[in-house]
Ligand binder design. Structure first.
Ligand code: GRF
Length: 323
């Protein structure tokens, strides 16, 4: 790698256009981006000393340099140094007919785009450029053609496709009319592809969460819903037994009645046991609740019996005048 090619999301991304011909695509890229603040065509390089693109780019204020083919072929480091001095992050080949050395392709691996006037992989490869392509398409009787922007690799016209646009080929089309139609879609496809590449190389503005970073590092999708943290379970006085069996009878009403009408002291004991039934039940102490219920019952009977005895004895004794 020549130098750090990371793209800063806040900075302007400089691109270089390499062109050998009329340069209508190079001009189109300048017009598409150079009045904005994100992407800037900062440099144009050519291998043709008198290529029309030179004047056009100069008129647009883009620095344009000519390097003879010998430099492109034998001194790629000169080209790479020029690119580095202009802080070029991406290269766009817009009708560049010169051999691009492996050194340049490797230094900008994945960051060089080429525009080709056919629907690749059809009508690509050696000798397939300009009018040759349109002539071959028409001769083959194709009903559609188009433009393809792809990533440049060491193999001609074979890198991954970034954007592709179609046009219809009509029976009366000539290579010239087809070229004009293809040019029209190229002016849409090329800026679109540049933008796509810059966006794909730009780190997200918002820093990744730890989860996202881990998901990336592990190569797993991070769209699995998060596992909720375990919430502490609110513990009620757990009436475990009470949920399984109904609460035993408290006999509270009878405890109160016998306390008032029969015998006071055993009645109070009955009331205390009646109250214990529910408290034991809600503590989950089913055995205690049953015991309290039984005790309440016994003390009601005791209160009742003592009440009856007392009253039974009280009436005759009071009649007899002993009370
Ligand atoms: C375009 O058709 C492009 O697809 C091909 O060369 C032609 C360049 O045209 N690679 P221009 O010089 O941009 O007008």
């Amino acid at each position: 790698m020549l130098y750090e090619l990371c793209i800063d999301e806040k900075a302007m991304t400089n691109i270089a256009v390499f062109a050998s011909g009329t340069g209508s695509n190079a001009v189109n890229l300048v017009k598409a981006f150079n009045s904005g603040n994100r992407i800037h065509v900062a440099l144009c390089l050519t291998d043709k000393e008198n290529a029309p693109v030179i004047e056009k780019m100069k008129d647009l204020g883009v620095e344009t340099l000519f390097f003879p083919r010998s430099v492109w072929k034998e001194q790629p480091q000169v080209i790479l140094d020029t690119l580095r001095s202009h802080d070029i992050k991406i290269i766009a080949l817009a009708g560049f007919l010169c051999f691009l050395s492996d050194e340049i392709v490797n230094a900008y691996e994945g960051k060089i785009l080429n525009i080709h006037p056919s629907l690749l992989p059809a009508y690509g490869g050696k000798g397939m450029h300009g009018a040759n392509v349109h002539k071959a398409v028409i001769e083959a009787g194709e009903t559609k053609s188009g433009a393809t922007v792809h990533i440049v690799t060491n193999e001609i016209d074979a890198g991954p496709i970034v954007v592709q646009k179609e046009v219809a080929v009509l029976p009366d089309d000539t290579p010239e009319s087809l070229e004009a139609k293809v040019h029209d879609v190229e002016y849409i496809a090329f800026p679109e592809a540049v933008l796509k590449l810059v966006t794909s190389l730009t780190p997200p503005a918002v820093p990744k969460s730890v989860d996202d970073a881990w998901a990336d590092a592990l190569g797993v999708p991070n769209n699995v819903p998060p596992i909720p943290l375990q919430q502490p379970v609110k513990t009620e006085p757990a009436p475990v037994a009470a949920r399984q069996e109904p609460m035993p009878d408290t006999f509270l009403v009878w405890s109160v009645i016998t306390t008032i009408l029969c015998c006071f002291i055993p009645g109070i004991v009955a009331i205390i046991n009646s109250a214990k039934v529910s408290s034991k039940y809600y503590e989950g102490d089913m055995e205690g609740a049953k015991r309290a219920s039984r005790n309440a019952e016994i003390w009601i009977i005791v209160s009742f019996v003592l009440g009856v005895i007392t009253n039974t004895l009280y009436i005759p004794l009071s009649i007899a005048g002993l009370f």
